[in-house]
Design a protein around this ligand. Structure first.
Ligand SMILES: Cc1cc2nc3c(=O)[nH]c(=O)nc-3n(C[C@H](O)[C@H](O)[C@H](O)COP(=O)(O)OP(=O)(O)OC[C@H]3O[C@@H](n4cnc5c(N)ncnc54)[C@H](O)[C@@H]3O)c2cc1C
Ligand SMILES: *[C@@H]1O[C@H](CO)[C@@H](O)[C@H](O)[C@H]1NC(C)=O
Ligand SMILES: *[C@@H]1O[C@H](CO)[C@@H](O)[C@H](O)[C@H]1NC(C)=O
Ligand SMILES: *[C@@H]1O[C@H](CO)[C@@H](O)[C@H](O)[C@H]1NC(C)=O
Ligand SMILES: *[C@@H]1O[C@H](CO)[C@@H](O)[C@H](O)[C@H]1NC(C)=O
Ligand SMILES: *[C@@H]1O[C@H](CO)[C@@H](O)[C@H](O)[C@H]1NC(C)=O
Ligand SMILES: *[C@@H]1O[C@H](CO)[C@@H](O)[C@H](O)[C@H]1NC(C)=O
Ligand SMILES: *[C@@H]1O[C@H](CO)[C@@H](O)[C@H](O)[C@H]1NC(C)=O
Ligand SMILES: *[C@@H]1O[C@H](CO)[C@@H](O)[C@H](O)[C@H]1NC(C)=O
Length: 598
């Protein structure tokens, strides 16, 4: 049985994020980060530069909602704030992604709320100290552009460390930062549909579109199936809880429909941004084209805070779906099955298939594939060929070989992701994924790796070594329209255009796990990708599924697009207001981007 973790995501904590928050106290490892001159540090809570209660109060009155102190989710499970009923409810809900997305201090992967020295575990004893960890000190509950402008202006004037958080799915916890002011965009939840979208410039786009607030969770967008339209949406897992307009599109956004309709970032027609200096702009192909290019794939929030995004809407199509599960009796059978699949993948992509290919324990392999407008004859002639070949491999037992047709994406999503009852073959339903520590690492797999039998075999052997307990999600979400899009269309790593799949591994733990074990898991997750990195030197990771240990992250995240991104960043954010881990412009800053170190 595949674990939930193995199919979706979970998150993590990182030792390199571990420095204590306050600036003057200098970190842990004495050799790291020499004390920087004060002019190159951001102001964090607890320092003399931090605004007084009175100043916060005056600022608060200018906003649509009062500011509030942010607490880690486990706050009420510990003295002196212990509250039995609240704590119980927190413990009950902790694994629920939607609940976590509603907690300002929570990340989906709770390890990002902590530092190794400061935890606030909901599993801990009541008498354990609840530390603030990486949870920001104060938050603005932003619901208007004006809120975001005022918050950024206030942060700028006072040199405050600022973080932007949406639904908290980031795999490096980039929505949080110790001692910071958080701008929370989760409550920008609007959703509208236009039959013929008009840009702000007045020009008609000639296509229908869905306009969303960044915090709108994609679940709602399925309502648009009623209008016979579909948008490329975020988050196969977690009850569709990924926000529609924060990290997902700004970092890329893949979906099983991407080979047919493009990546999330490819589908954005226009977006509103509050720039780091508080200026409000609308970016589109003809308005601030540099920012429009950079924001789509450059990663949030490096170029500003998005407050409204417009996605192209596409006609719905019926989806022909295939479900396949195989058990292998020996490592050799597993490798041969994977070799066969890898060899078949380019042709499957060309035939219009896309999907996910989970595997486990060197003895299990599955496909959840779909083909828009497909039918049995065509399906048999394409994917059927692979299944026939798989059947013939000694030591391979086919457990599931089923097909079915869904009238549209919404039906497929409900049946296979949201509704735990209608599961064909294996259970891909990611109902409960939040509230664990998770570490991830990913690598894009170019088409040529599948076409070359030697590299394809190297990948099969590498997948054999993935131990039980390490989760993975291997989305075949490239090729097709993704490959037909120009590598400079937006800021996505150019390898997205040549890759067919994005392999990602996940390690997970609960927050009582000892640091040494956690460090071991994190290293293991990164190391498991080494054979794939070695096959594509200078290749790409998916920046929304980032490896904290990835060598040379600017190259891994953006490749040849990085120099242009850095130029745009320097122009729009000369004072480095909006920096995050592995973000554009963060080179030369400490692990929490509080002080410049070089
Ligand atoms: C359960 C789960 C399922 C997932 N499924 C998929 C999937 O199917 N496909 C896929 O591509 N990815 C998937 N992801 C990865 C996902 O794309 C990233 O985690 C993404 O960063 C989430 O964005 P967010 O706004 O929800 O997260 P947050 O953690 O709130 O924000 C992420 C980053 O964006 C910035 N940001 C947030 N809001 C804004 C804003 N309004 N303006 C500017 N910057 C902002 C933050 O500062 C942070 O750096 C999944 C993640 C999880 C946990
Ligand atoms: C809580 O305290 C008890 C008694 O000191 C101890 O046995 C137990 O291991 C603690 N539990 C946790 C989760 O720390
Ligand atoms: C934030 O604003 C939303 C929308 O008005 C509201 O529902 C929510 O309760 C607010 N949350 C906090 C913590 O202020
Ligand atoms: C992994 O495989 C081993 C040996 O085949 C088996 O004993 C074990 O139960 C499997 N574990 C899982 C999680 O499938
Ligand atoms: C089956 O699907 C293929 C590919 O989409 C298409 O070319 C063919 O016309 C379809 N056949 C039928 C009978 O619908
Ligand atoms: C498709 O293949 C399956 C076996 O995999 C077979 O049972 C079925 O008859 C085939 N259908 C067509 C239309 O060829
Ligand atoms: C599928 O998984 C979900 C989430 O873990 C679970 O609630 C559900 O019962 C499972 N469904 C089946 C049919 O096993
Ligand atoms: C990182 O990439 C840059 C640009 O390609 C290159 O100059 C540098 O040598 C690389 N560094 C490492 C450690 O690989
Ligand atoms: C804010 O930044 C933008 C983009 O760099 C620039 O065009 C604008 O003039 C700046 N506004 C102010 C008030 O500095």
């Amino acid at each position: 049985m595949l674990s939930r973790i193995s199919l979706f995501l979970s998150l993590l904590v990182v030792s390199s994020l571990a420095e204590p928050p306050a600036r003057p106290v200098h970190p842990t490892t004495s050799s790291a980060a020499p004390a920087a001159p004060s002019g190159t540090c951001k102001c964090t809570a607890g320092q003399p530069c931090w605004p007084s209660a009175k100043e916060w109060n005056t600022f608060s009155k200018t906003l649509s909602h009062p500011i509030f102190d942010v607490h880690p989710p486990g706050y009420y499970c510990h003295d002196p704030h212990f509250n039995a009923a609240l704590c119980k409810s927190i413990q009950t809900n902790s694994g629920n992604s939607i609940w976590r997305s509603d907690q300002p201090g929570a990340e989906q992967s709770d390890n990002w709320e902590f530092t190794p020295f400061s935890q606030c575990s909901i599993l801990g004893n009541r008498t354990d100290t609840c530390g603030q960890g990486r949870v920001p000190a104060v938050a603005v509950n932003a619901t208007t552009v004006d809120d975001v402008q005022k918050a950024l202006a206030f942060a700028f004037k006072r040199n405050l460390k600022v973080h932007i958080k949406n639904t908290g799915h980031d795999f490096l916890g980039r929505g949080l930062g110790p001692g910071s002011l958080m701008i929370w965009t989760h409550h920008f939840t609007s959703l509208t549909f236009a039959k013929n979208f008009k840009y702000k410039t007045g020009q008609s786009a000639g296509v229908p579109a869905v306009t969303v607030g960044p915090g709108n969770q994609w679940v709602d967008t399925y309502a648009f199936a009623a209008k016979n339209k579909v948008v490329v949406a975020g988050g196969i897992g977690a009850l569709g809880s990924v926000g529609s307009g924060g990290g997902w599109p700004l970092g890329g956004g893949h979906n099983i429909l991407s080979p047919h309709l493009g990546l999330g970032a490819d589908n954005v027609l226009e977006l509103d941004l509050v720039l780091p200096n508080g200026t409000f702009i609308t970016a589109s192909p003809t308005s601030h084209p540099d920012l429009f290019w950079a924001a789509r794939g450059g990663g949030g929030p490096s170029f500003g805070v998005s407050t409204r995004l417009v996605y192209k809407a596409h006609p719905i199509t019926p989806l022909y779906a295939s479900f396949f599960e195989a058990l292998t009796a020996t490592p050799a059978a597993f490798v041969q099955l994977l070799d066969t699949y890898h060899a078949a993948l380019p042709a499957l992509a060309d035939a219009g298939w896309s999907g996910y290919y989970p595997f486990e324990n060197g003895s299990y392999f599955a496909l959840m594939y779909l083909l828009p407008n497909g039918n049995t004859t065509y399906g048999n002639a394409t994917l059927g060929t692979f299944i026939q070949a798989a059947r013939a491999i000694p030591g391979v037992t086919i457990k599931t070989d089923a097909t079915t047709t869904y009238p549209d994406y919404q039906s497929w999503f409900v049946a296979n992701i949201l509704d735990p009852v209608n599961v064909v073959g294996f259970n891909y339903t990611g109902g409960v994924v939040g509230g664990l520590g998770v570490d991830t690492a990913s690598w894009l797999l170019p088409r040529e790796l599948f076409e070359n039998p030697e590299s394809a075999h190297t990948m099969s052997e590498a997948l054999l070594t993935v131990p039980a307990g390490i989760g993975q999600c291997v989305p075949h979400v490239g090729g097709g329209v993704v490959s037909a899009t120009s590598p400079t269309f937006n800021a996505m790593h150019p390898n997205w255009r040549t890759s067919l799949s994005d392999i990602s591994f996940f390690g997970a733990w609960n927050d009582l796990t000892p640091q040494s074990t956690i460090q071991g898991i994190r290293q293991q997750v990164s190391d498991l990708l080494k054979p794939f990195r070695d096959l594509t030197p200078g290749g790409a990771q998916y920046l929304n599924e980032p490896d904290i240990f990835v060598p040379n992250y600017t190259v891994a995240n953006w490749g040849t697009n990085y120099p242009r991104l850095l130029e745009v960043k320097k122009a729009v954010d000369p004072t480095n207001q909006l920096l995050v881990v592995q973000g554009v412009g963060a080179v030369g800053w400490d692990a929490e981007q509080i002080c410049k170190t070089s």
